[in-house]
Design a protein around this ligand. Structure first.
Ligand code: SF4
Length: 371
């Protein structure tokens, strides 16, 4: 995609929409209205950390855990569309391992026929028993959020968490996975406050990337992503300023989010569903997805007017080229580079899906940065 900082022509907009269609593996973009292909289900909205770059202090925590009847209602509708749904992530705002029922909920989704059930976690509560239970329940993929392998730096970024506990839990999970489920995908993802072009920061990035070399398997993904400002809701030093952009975002065509309350927010940026597009306590997921709220969002994005939505103004969270990944690839290619990157290591995008047959993948939930 091209970064447009001036309003787009109809031709350019059409090219961007075609690009979204390609990323979703669809013959026509309107096929996306059939049902969401990607989900983030928030089963819990509390967290054991207080990361300063996260908006956790602002969250509405009046419904800390998703009630069973609501979860079951969602799982039952997902089961009806299991052939269409690509990925369900059991996390949005909140640390999923704080949900005492998380293992049973993963199993329910797998029993419903969901192809890929994933989770993003800070790993602080990932005991051996919990790790084995999740692997046995059928979880397909896990994303560890760890931004530094330097204890002091880590504990400054992941306030309330113990670096030693988190590292031990992640290393034990790698070992269990390698023994029990080698096909299982592990992502290690950090929010990057370092500058890949800086000779001071570059060796630190490289050490982080290499830290998993002894346990990772070839299909694992190790990457950084940029910090963001939660749809213009949470400022933090180190988050680059947003510039005005006009191209449509993939999310309104790819992904549906549900909060513990059953509300359907715009996307991961809208952590409190301030722009609620529906309520799945009352309406079906299909009805919300095809409803007036999503239709209006899609229209604004189609017409190059996404800046009329405060969350979308300048947001590039799901742009394929808005990440550090390519920069690091370029640096890795430079001759004389002082710290070569491991093969397959990436700094950048949060594309959390295996590419569809047609290539690409919509990418997802940077909201997961809460963990
Ligand atoms: S542009 Fe950003 S805020 Fe808008 S829908 Fe996409 S991810 Fe959400």
């Amino acid at each position: 995609m091209t970064l447009y900082t001036d309003n787009l022509s109809g031709t350019a907009l059409q090219a961007e929409l075609d690009d979204i269609r390609r990323r979703l593996g669809l013959a026509a973009l309107d096929e996306a209205l059939r049902f969401p292909q990607y989900f983030q289900i928030e089963t819990v909205r509390v967290c054991n950390a207080r990361c300063p770059f996260c908006a956790v202090a602002q969250w509405d925590k009046t419904v800390p855990v998703m009630p069973d009847p609501l979860f079951e209602r969602i799982a039952a509708e997902l089961a009806e569309h299991a052939d269409w749904v690509r990925v369900v992530m059991v996390q949005r705002a909140g640390e999923p391992l704080m949900d005492k029922k998380i293992v049973a909920r993963v199993k329910r989704l797998k029993d419903a026929g969901i192809r890929r059930v994933t989770m993003s976690t800070n790993a602080a509560l990932l005991t051996e028993a919990k790790a084995v239970a999740l692997l046995e329940a059928g979880l397909d993929e896990i994303m560890f959020s760890i931004d530094s392998i330097e204890r002091e730096e880590y504990e400054k970024l992941r306030v309330r968490l113990s670096f030693d506990t988190v590292m031990a839990n992640i290393r034990r999970f790698f070992a269990l996975r390698n023994r029990l489920r080698p096909d299982f995908l592990i992502r290690v993802r950090g929010v990057c406050f370092l500058d890949p072009a800086s000779s001071h920061d570059r060796p630190r990035i490289s050490r982080w990337l290499h830290a998993w070399d002894d346990q990772r398997l070839p299909h694992d993904r190790i990457y950084f992503k940029r910090p963001h400002n939660w749809g213009n809701q949470h400022a933090f030093d180190g988050v680059p300023p947003y510039e005005e952009v006009f191209h449509p975002c993939v999310l309104p065509w790819s992904t549906l989010h549900v909060t513990t309350m059953g509300l359907v927010p715009l996307c991961p940026q809208d952590f409190d569903a301030r722009m609620s597009l529906g309520d799945v306590n009352r309406d079906s997921i299909a009805a919300v997805w095809r409803g007036e709220g999503f239709a209006r969002v899609r229209r604004l994005h189609r017409e190059g007017k996404r800046g009329e939505i405060s969350f979308c103004r300048g947001c590039r969270l799901f742009d394929e080229d808005a990440h550090l990944e390519k920069k690091l690839d370029a640096l890795a290619d430079e001759s004389g580079s002082d710290a070569p990157l491991p093969a397959g290591a990436r700094v950048g995008s949060d594309l959390s899906l295996p590419p569809p047959a047609s290539g690409g993948g919509p990418g997802w939930g940077d909201r997961n940065e809460a963990t």
